[in-house]
Design a protein around this ligand. Sequence first.
Ligand SMILES: NC(=O)c1ccc[n+]([C@@H]2O[C@H](COP(=O)([O-])OP(=O)(O)OC[C@H]3O[C@@H](n4cnc5c(N)ncnc54)[C@H](O)[C@@H]3O)[C@@H](O)[C@H]2O)c1
Length: 402
Amino acid sequence: MADKLGIALVGCGFMGRRHILGYSSLKKAGMLDATIVALMDINGEVAEKVALEAEELLGHKPNVYTSLDALLADPDVQAIDIVTEPKTHHNIANTAMNAGRHVLCEKPLALTVKTGMSMVDCAKKNGVVLATAENYRRGGQNRLAKAVIDSGILGKIHLMTEFWAGGDDKVIISKWRHMKNTGAIGMDMSIHYADIIEYMMGPVEHVSGRGIIAEPIRYAKDGSDPVIPDGEDSLFASMRTKAGADVLFSYLPSGPGKHYRMRVVHGKNGSVEIPGDRSDGDIFVHLEGRTLKNEEITKELGSKFALSPVTKAVLGPDGTGGKGAAWADVDSGYLAVEMHDFIEAVLTKRPPEVDGMGGMRALAVVLAILESGVTGKTVSVDEILAHTVHSYQDSIDLELEK
Ligand SMILES: NC(=O)c1ccc[n+]([C@@H]2O[C@H](COP(=O)([O-])OP(=O)(O)OC[C@H]3O[C@@H](n4cnc5c(N)ncnc54)[C@H](O)[C@@H]3O)[C@@H](O)[C@H]2O)c1
């Protein structure tokens, strides 16, 4: 590999701080081929605070900026890591890519096909790397499940159930996560699951579904004014993949009491049961007359499964962080794997695991659910990507153009 990559973090809020922990996890493993040279946030106070945390964790204090122009005037900044609110992603990314910088951008890549495709086109035009920060797939159990499916031991794959339900009427993390034009939580979370669905099952062909607002009032935990959401908090869909399998999907952060989650892929010869993302849960393969668990599955797959050296370095031999590991350590491990992939992609001039189109496909699956809800029809992911179905997105695009 060439010299270390100079990276600037743009956005120092809830997730921006976690990105610093991701870089720190890579550094601890001796695998950080980058220097965090700068931080930028329109809120100078939070940027300064995160710069001090970065100094403690990474051994030097990054330069702090409050404007993108000033940041991009810094010649040490070769790449930026965008961790701002989704409505800002396309403008920040395109400005940086037009200035010759590589970009790692948090999910959702953008809020609409128009804005997202402008990023993909901009990366191509400037010959820079555009990667989508998609962390869930990086965990050991999801990597193993994918290898199980690809190995053929389940036979012909018929069905995936990706089910998440349970929650309350509290604001989820931040108020912007409840409004359509800023990226409501239904989209924000379903993007992760859309990425997992395509990762395990291959491209989705078409979708029938809808989004709803399950909680019409969301109350702030800090006692501040409640939020009246105008963006969907919940998405439900039935999908068909290009390979001919079906997917049943739900994300419903409402309904107090028990929280349900299930990720199971069924084939003709058996099923794989996958635990929660960033959990230390067990993974099972159920076959006729026998059930395999964790390392028994790894043994069965033999040379058909291998974790990358960076995954083992930050998350242990099975890529899960180990039994009883602190959530924050597992989270930063997943992020470290994602960041390592981006850095290596830039330094070795190869595509990242989840590039701009990868982020666009997950977005298109989610938008297909929302557009299907508006039209009452089945919608194909290709139609969404070609921007021939866009009624749901029009008001967002209008707002973003202001
Ligand atoms: N992958 C994951 O697990 C995960 C988890 C949480 C959030 N996220 C994603 O991370 C992103 C940020 O989420 P968050 O929870 O940190 O939001 P946040 O609201 O806590 O923080 C956003 C930060 O961006 C700053 N900001 C806003 N506009 C800016 C601009 N134009 N230039 C520079 N800074 C700007 C804000 O001042 C704030 O500090 C979102 O895309 C979200 O979906 C991903």
